[in-house]
Design a protein around this ligand. Sequence first.
Ligand code: PNS
Length: 165
Amino acid sequence: MKKIAVYPGSFDPITNGHIDIIERGLRIFDELVVLVAYNPNKASLFTVQERMDLIHEVLKESVHDWERVRVDSFAGLLVDYARNTGAGVILRGLRAVSDFEYEFQMALINRRLNRDVETVFLMTGYKWFYTSSNLIKEAASLGGSVRGLVPDLIHRKLQEKFAKK
Ligand code: PNS
């Protein structure tokens, strides 16, 4: 049986921290589904299709085993998506302690919604410990350089987005 994990998130946009978790996840699971999921608490900069296209391009450029990664989107409950995909695991990355409470709550509600799906946390590389898509967007929107925190393609796309605004 293939071990499939769903790696959900807003990915608005994908960062080096996300890529780090994808690479770590591929060491444990046979297949990963990077899922652009709907977070009702966040307004997004990139459309779902843009985010998926960017993830595709970045994966091909920087992840060695990208053939074992699928990219999808879903606007419903994460546990329903996991069940329909045959994935027994939700994969989430953990950064600083500040992530813990939010992640813990999400894992518990997901467990309550479907006891057959386990959440597995992987600790991100220390270089990405304090970065998030939100902070990256804020810095880029104010003209700050986020080079090195995101793939070059994303850096260019952020510059284009904010130049248009
Ligand atoms: O990258 P994010 O924004 O922290 O990811 C959060 C996300 C998208 C994984 C979360 O909001 C989510 O799972 N959304 C789908 C709806 C759902 O199942 N919510 C959790 C149970 S109420």
